[in-house]
Ligand binder design. Sequence first.
Ligand SMILES: [Zn+2]
Ligand SMILES: [Zn+2]
Ligand SMILES: [Zn+2]
Length: 384
Amino acid sequence: MDFWRNRPPAAILALDSGLEETDWIMAKKRLGYVKLIWTCPRCATRNPGPNKFCNGCGAPQPEDVPFEQPAEAELIKDSGELARAKAGPDIHCPYCGGRNPAGVKFCGACGGDLAQGKARQKGRVVGAYRAPSGATRPCPACGTPNPLTSLKCSNCGSALPAAEGASPAAPAGAPPAKTPLLIGGVAAVLCLVAVVVLGFLFFQRDERSGIVESVAWERTIEIERFGPVEHQDWQDEIPSNASVSSCELEYFEDQPEPAPVATEVCGTPYTVDEGSGFGEVVQDCTYRVYEQMCRYTVEEWTVIDTRRATGDDLNPEWPEARLAANGERTGAEHESYTVTLRSDGAALSFAPSTAAEFAAFARGSQWTVTVNGLGAIVAVEPAR
Ligand SMILES: [Zn+2]
Ligand SMILES: [Zn+2]
Ligand SMILES: [Zn+2]
């Protein structure tokens, strides 16, 4: 059952492929192609994307006139149009500027060599895709209602203006505002100043004399018992000697491919300019994978108690373990020591790491203490 989980974690894959994690998790679902439109800069006529010349005045589409998303568009079914949509971006002739389909060697308008021609931009998001809704708008010339997908009046042939709700602006990829950049810059400078100041204080040294005022120690021993312990984990992580009590499906992770137990979550479909007068309608989808999360019991050692001994002298001792007759053992042991020195009226605390080191700090003894700018002890030596 684990065939779809035998792969590296998403974060590692994302690093390997140089993609953002979200890019990796999202799968692009291709819904089809639509005809885009372009607006003639000479006469403002809106033309079907595949048209290389304006329906109104006959002028060719200039290189810098972008394709736009129509208010509503039908997915293309015609196989010839589909082939043209997938052919790749059109090329503008370097001599006359005319638009030519991808793969053509010589300009259809002037016969010029297209080897140096400039391919149209491809991949820009032109807007959220809207399927035909059946809504209409009246022709400004004769009043006949026309569907939002039409560019020309079905009755009189007049050019129809852009419908409300047409979305030439791309929903994604807006340039970031300048203000957050400025705030970010100020924050970065403040951070740098803070690091410099802290670094200075950290490395600053101040020697003073101190007298041991008090000492303290603590030693602990953990007591462990062998017995059943309940755990929870994904089904395939459960040890073989466990007895499973119950399992239920829980969200595991998002991934780009469908899985046996997964729900598909998709964003709004949007249209991407193919550079050919057509747009590809895509949708970003992710699959929420569910797996069995189980409760299980295993027999193992667990900490059931901690024995503790403390004191304020220089003779630390280990506490008595006092184990039950069977099924118990001692576990981890810990020791900690504290010395408090009085220096210039202030109390400075210091933690020797071993019992041998601790033993030298007799109450009332004199020491030379080195303190950094942050007030922390960095060295303690016998007074000379
Ligand atoms: Zn025109
Ligand atoms: Zn040409
Ligand atoms: Zn009309």
